[in-house]
Design a protein around this ligand. Structure first.
Ligand SMILES: [Zn+2]
Length: 264
């Protein structure tokens, strides 16, 4: 159908019905994403997170992916939101903002949700302030030498994103070392992983997920790493460094999913 041939009346009607179709399609996509997320299907395509899968495989932008993931999680948490989105009473971006507001303000969850569901449209600006308050610090002067070093590892990140990722990495490393220092050695027949083995794992993996896909591509994830016994502990697998690897939570869950539901 060529819109330029329609009468004003029909153009108005077709535009309205197309918008309804668009909202239904959006919800349909969200429902598929819920299942992809549940199965951790993105792992099989070499992505450690749903976000990476959506950006690289489904060609959404990062912002579009983030919005859909947050909206998807909100629907899982508050099924009544689905109808609001379908009826056009809540946009995807406001659903995402609401989800983020809840995550950052668990104590005020009920208040935020009732306010959002009562109003036909979420007062997005009101929640944005709660999400990530910005604190201005005195202007910082960076030397040229430091900027050159930063440029080598920046990989498209802004200076602020780079600093945040480096701080995150330092926090993870300190956390890991703290766990090493405080872990107690329990009885001999247990899943206890000795400090020596942990140190070997840390050095071998550089604290990065050790999953390698069938094309030889290694997972890049460095957050939420978990120990995985290659030969299961329950079947007599040992606690040696050669039988243990670091997997990100996505790869670890995908492995468990395939173990328990191998037909999928
Ligand atoms: Zn991984």
């Amino acid at each position: 159908m060529n819109p330029s041939t329609l009468s004003d009346h029909d153009l108005h009607l077709y535009t309205k019905s197309s918008v309804i179709e668009e909202k239904i399609s959006t919800l349909k996509v969200l429902k598929f994403l819920v299942e992809v997320h549940r199965r951790k299907l993105f792992i099989d395509f070499g992505y450690s997170t749903l976000l990476k899968y959506m950006v690289q495989e489904l060609c959404y932008s990062e912002a579009e992916s983030w919005t859909r993931i947050q909206a998807m999680k909100l629907i899982l948490e508050l099924p009544s939101v689905e109808k609001k989105i379908e009826e056009g009473k809540m946009s995807l971006s406001n659903a995402a903002i609401l989800k983020d507001a809840i995550r950052h303000n668990l104590s005020a969850k009920n208040e935020i949700v009732s306010l959002a569901l009562k109003n036909s449209e979420l007062p997005a600006r009101a929640f944005k302030k709660l999400l990530d308050p910005v604190i201005r610090v005195k202007s910082v002067v960076l030397s040229e030498r430091l900027l050159i070093k930063m440029a080598k590892i920046q990989k498209g990140m802004s200076e602020i994103e780079l600093i945040e990722s480096l701080v995150d990495e330092k926090i993870r490393s300190l956390q890991f070392q703290k766990e090493l220092r405080t872990s107690k050695k329990p009885c001999s027949n247990s899943r206890y992983i000795s400090k020596g083995v942990q140190q070997k794992l840390f050095l071998r993996s550089s604290y990065q997920c050790e999953h390698v896909d069938k094309n030889g591509k290694r997972c890049q994830e460095k957050r939420n790493l978990q120990h995985d016994h290659i030969h299961p502990y329950a079947l007599g697998g040992s606690n040696s460094a050669s039988n243990i690897r670091f997997l990100c939570s996505g790869h670890n869950q995908r492995r468990a999913f395939k173990t328990y539901l191998p037909s999928k």
